[in-house]
Design a protein around this ligand. Structure first.
Ligand code: XMP
Length: 314
């Protein structure tokens, strides 16, 4: 990895003049790409983090702490949450939600580039498997989900693409990230879908469901970490829909939401096995969610693998 780092740094320094724009999500790939670019061409780099309002608790603060404060990456935040949530009002179809989120992301990004430009390059954390995938010519027979990366290239930007990680596999990116001083917690982080919590909310994204989903996801991640099970799972999360179930509080009836917890193991997300979570861990998660997330009266555990289910519920 030292050799790769040296060579890539040299190549990046040699690119023709011009400013570089890089969208970061807080995920491993874009974080490593931004730190690598920062090391090589700090003075012409501008990174941007768009808050879609669909992120997990504290995600923006965490990204700002380790990228901007600790590693000195020039990073600007755009709080576009109102714009995203307004655009999603009344929309319950998952693919429609993805389309809207992708469009609003691209619009926000293009506006930023126009306001803060000119930029000559767009940098992305594309990995080798993504390169192979997009090089495939035969289209899938039917699209199950459009996994467009929300941080993807808006077509009308007309920027030259820089992809410093395009020859690397994920484990190599983690090794590079470690060499560059990224915190282990960031490098080990589970994948998180580009459309964020919108695909963990069945049906319309409402402020109430978003609050419940965010609170429950935080608890699932915390308990998995505390129980030292986080690294054994591919993903561990919670989702919520519109189901209202009857609960009880003291002597009275209390109708509330039902949350589903899902933990899966996988190697490439093409297939996944539900994780045999110890019962006492399930119980801890369940009682924390019903006690700490207002309005939740029931928690269930998903025992569906992929196939026939998919990993995310939407
Ligand atoms: P599914 O739900 O299709 O997910 O079994 C497989 C993997 O992809 C993630 N995922 C997404 N990632 N945009 C993304 O960037 C999306 O729209 C999207 N939908 C699912 C999911 O979290 C899992 O890791």
């Amino acid at each position: 990895m030292e050799g790769f780092l040296e060579e890539t740094t040299r190549e990046l320094k040699q690119t023709a003049e011009g400013r570089v724009l890089c969208a970061v999500s807080g995920g491993v790939d874009s974080s490593v790409a931004s730190v690598l670019l920062n090391k090589a061409i700090h003075e012409r780099l501008q990174c941007v983090f768009i808050d879609t309002g669909l992120l997990r608790e504290g995600e923006g603060d965490e990204v700002s702490r380790f990228l901007r404060d600790d590693l000195g990456v020039p990073l600007e935040f755009i709080d576009a949450s109102k714009r995203f949530l307004d655009s999603l009002k009344g929309v319950s179809d998952p693919e429609e939600k993805r389309k809207i989120i992708g469009r609003v992301f691209a619009e926000t990004f293009v506006e930023y580039a126009a306001k803060k430009g000119p930029f000559r390059y767009l940098a992305q954390g594309t990995l080798y498997p993504d390169v192979i995938e997009s090089g495939q010519t035969s289209a899938p027979a039917s699209v199950i989900k459009t996994h467009h990366n929300v941080g993807g290239l808006p077509k009308d930007l007309k920027l030259e693409l820089i992809e410093p990680l395009r020859e690397l596999y994920k484990d190599e990116v983690r090794a590079l990230g470690s060499l560059l001083g990224l915190p282990p917690a960031v490098l080990r982080r589970h994948p998180f879908p580009g459309p964020g919590l919108a695909v963990r909310i069945i049906g319309e994204v409402t402020p109430e469901k978003l609050r419940i989903c965010r609170g429950a996801n935080t608890i699932v991640e915390q308990v998995m970490q505390e129980e030292k099970l986080y690294d054994k799972a591919w993903q561990a999360f919670a989702y919520v829909g519109d189901d209202q179930v009857t609960g009880v509080l003291g002597d009275s009836r209390r109708v509330g939401s039902q949350v589903t917890v899902k933990v899966v193991q996988s190697v490439d997300a093409m297939t996944a096995d539900w994780y045999r979570l110890p019962h006492d861990v399930m119980e801890r998660i369940s009682s924390r969610i019903t006690n700490e997330v207002d309005g939740v009266v029931s928690v269930v555990y998903s025992i569906s693998s992929k196939p026939p289910a998919t990993i995310e519920p939407q």
